[in-house]
Design a protein around this ligand. Sequence first.
Ligand code: SF4
Length: 190
Amino acid sequence: MTLTPSHIIEYLFCPRFTYFEYVLAVPQFEEHNYKVMKGRHLHDERLEQNKNYLRRRLGVVNKYLDQYLTNDLIRGRVDEVLELADGTMAPLDYKFAEFKNRIYDTYRTQLYCYAWLIEENFGRSVTRGFLVYTRSQNRVEEIPITAENKADVQKAATAILEIIDRNFFPKATKAKARCVSCTYRNLCIK
Ligand code: SF4
């Protein structure tokens, strides 16, 4: 089996969440705000015009649109893979959302997964990614991506497969506040 960025995001929210969902196969009953909400398909004319402008501004020398990428552990669809003037590559993801002065961890994790996929599929280094907030005049946020960020999602992917393949019951998150909104709070050992 291969994992998606959503699996990684859920695991990072709480490893035990992965266990309930994929080992015990207890369905989630609620939509959670930490789930990756993929934006509506974007084909606004103004956005299409802005895309070329955006890419020029970011120093893009080549682009690969709507890339479905896989490796041994994960898979994901990247809105744009950009080749930059400095020889690195970067994922760019459109969010049908307003920018609210902070970048959600879910968005960051998604970019880290994409960085890992791009490095393996294109053989180029990835040191940053971009988010475009289409409901805030296409505001662009540049997100740095370090070797540690990529290693963290790789470690999470390996740990998830261990939970699923070996029925391993993991430790709960240390952030107890998360349990309050968790769909599995009634099943889970407190
Ligand atoms: S109730 Fe808390 S510990 Fe249990 S799965 Fe949910 S977040 Fe994790």
